[in-house]
Structures are given as structure tokens and as C-alpha cells.
Design a protein around this ligand. Structure first.
Ligand SMILES: NC(=O)c1ccc[n+]([C@@H]2O[C@H](COP(=O)([O-])OP(=O)(O)OC[C@H]3O[C@@H](n4cnc5c(N)ncnc54)[C@H](OP(=O)(O)O)[C@@H]3O)[C@@H](O)[C@H]2O)c1
Length: 259
């Protein structure tokens, strides 16, 4: 089965390409540096020839409001038009749990626009909304840092390993389109502030995490369940503690890592 992974050189895309190849599928990593650009359309027609499914795990190089909206709208329109021309029967896209509750942010307005274009198109689809990746936890801390303090709200948080995200996408891409949105998440729920505190402590990062119900997540006001999936979400297997032990073994301790 030929599957094209647009964004196939990124964090999730490269894991997905490897997992599919290990299972004997023809997985094409499509990205600007492999000659495929979903914004300009370069290389798309060739890459999509004979593909059963296209997985979109691209991300915008800029998260500025207008730029990110333009990226996801243009990229999605181009992909869907080329898929229609090539007769592709399944469009799979990765989005974010709670997107419709996070619209204060231009990034999530862009993700919702991406989802709406997919739903309005004629291509059978599966939209996968994932919770935050474990690999993204440090960036959340960095975005909430002022001086040596990280201010975060104690809301529920259910992150998952990027490996498990890729596994779930692969499973869904190999199945029939659901023409609906599927949620995926991690196996455990935490409090956001507590999880970031554990992550920083394990990395010997000296920043102090302050629990503040009024603090914003990524600049957005969130409440108890904004970031967690509904009942019935498909859950990954990897526990945060095991991932953290693994990742702190691999990464040398360098104290505070950027802000
Ligand atoms: N971070 C989270 O916790 C989280 C949670 C849920 C869902 N998501 C979603 O997951 C998706 C993938 O995230 P990620 O972290 O894997 O992204 P990433 O590592 O930043 O990778 C993005 C990929 O998109 C490619 N790309 C950029 N511009 C392109 C273009 N014009 N044409 C084709 N490919 C292009 C990049 O190629 P180059 O490297 O060559 O530029 C790269 O392969 C995003 O849509 C994000 O919204 C993220």
C-alpha cells in the first residue's frame, strides 16, 4: 500500500514513515527537502500517483496569526485538489484535542480552518485530534517562563508520546476513512503545572513552576477540561515517567535549556 506522508521529515512524520516501512508499506516522505511542497504544489502530482492515502502532518514555519492561517489553508487546499486529481481515497490529518476550545489563538483558528476544508471536500477523510506530545512539554515551559519562574494553570493535561501518535495515525491511515474526528491521548491524566514541574526537575532545570489558576496556556485562557479528550479517546501506551527516564538518559544535562 502506498501512503504519502506530507511533513514526513518532521517529528511525527519521520516516525510514521519508519513505522510504515517496517511493516512493509511504501511510505513516501514528502516535504520541501524531498522535493514536495504543499504550498507551491511542487512535486505533489508525482508524489501522489498511485497513493491509497495521504497523511498530512505538516506544520507552519511561522505561528504568527496571518501566516499560520495562510499556511494551513493553502497547504490543505493544494493537497485536497491534487488528491482529487490523483484519485486518492483517504485524507488523514493530524489536529489537536480541544482545537475548538482554543480559538483565542491564531494557531488553533488555523487548525480549525484546516479541519473545515477537509470536511467540506469530496475526499473521504479521518481527522485525528491528538493531545500534546511529551516532546512538546519543554516548549510549554519555555512559553510560560518569565525570569526564572514558569507560571501555569493547574488544569487537567493528558499528553502522549510522539511514537504513540505515529502508531495511532498509521493504524487509522491503513483503515477505512471514518469521515469524522477521532481523538487520541496519553494513558494518564496529570495537572499541567505538576507535570511541567516533574519534567524540569528530572532535567535539573532550575526554573520554579508557580501554580496559578489565572495563568494562560500558550497565551490562552483554559479551564479544567480544555486540554483533555472526551471519553472514548484512543489511548497510547507509553507512560510519561518511562518516557522521561528514557529521554533524560539520552540528553546530556545542560541546566536551563532556553526560554
Ligand atoms: N506539538 C504538539 O504537542 C501537537 C499536538 C497535537 C497535534 N499537533 C500537530 O501535529 C502536526 C505535526 O507536528 P510536528 O511536531 O511533527 O511538526 P514538525 O516536526 O514541525 O514537522 C513539520 C513538517 O512539515 C513539513 N513542512 C513544512 N512546510 C511544508 C511545505 N510547504 N510542504 C510540505 N511539507 C512542509 C516540514 O518539512 P521541513 O522540515 O523540510 O520544513 C516537516 O516535515 C502539526 O500540524 C501540529 O499542529 C501537534
Amino acid at each position: 500500500m502506498k501512503i504519502v506522508i506530507v511533513g514526513g521529515t518532521g517529528l511525527i512524520g519521520s516516525k510514521l514513515v519508519n513505522q510504515l516501512r517496517e511493516r512493509g508499506h511504501e511510505a513516501v516522505a514528502a516535504a520541501p527537502n524531498t522535493g514536495v511542497n504543499s504550498i507551491t504544489g511542487e512535486g505533489l502530482a508525482d508524489a501522489l500517483k498511485g497513493a491509497s492515502a495521504v497523511v498530512d502532518v505538516t506544520n507552519s514555519p511561522s505561528w504568527e496569526d496571518a501566516a499560520v492561517l495562510k499556511f494551513f489553508e493553502t497547504s490543505t487546499r493544494n493537497l485536497l485538489a491534487h488528491e482529487a486529481a490523483a484519485g486518492v481515497g483517504h485524507h488523514v490529518a493530524l489536529s489537536v484535542v480541544g482545537t475548538d476550545r482554543l480559538l483565542e489563538s491564531g494557531f488553533f483558528r488555523a487548525k480549525l480552518a484546516q479541519e473545515n476544508l477537509i470536511k467540506a471536500s469530496s475526499i473521504p477523510y479521518s481527522i485525528i485530534r491528538a493531545t500534546q506530545f511529551f516532546e512538546f512539554v519543554k516548549k510549554i515551559a519555555d512559553l510560560s517562563t518569565e525570569g526564572n519562574k514558569v507560571r501555569l494553570p493547574p488544569v487537567l493535561f493528558q499528553p502522549m508520546a510522539a511514537d504513540d501518535v505515529a502508531t495511532a495515525i498509521g493504524r487509522i491511515a491503513m483503515s477505512s476513512p471514518v469521515n469524522a474526528t477521532v481523538e487520541i491521548g496519553g494513558p494518564e491524566q496529570f495537572r499541567l503545572d505538576e507535570l511541567i514541574r516533574r519534567d524540569l526537575a528530572a532535567r535539573k532545570d532550575p526554573r520554579e513552576v508557580i501554580s496559578d489558576p489565572h495563568a494562560r496556556y500558550y497565551g490562552i485562557q483554559v479551564s479544567e477540561r480544555t486540554l483533555v479528550p472526551n471519553d472514548g479517546a484512543q489511548l497510547g501506551e507509553t507512560r510519561f515517567e518511562d518516557w522521561l527516564n528514557q529521554s533524560t538518559k539520552q540528553v546530556p544535562m545542560t541546566g536551563r535549556q532556553g526560554a
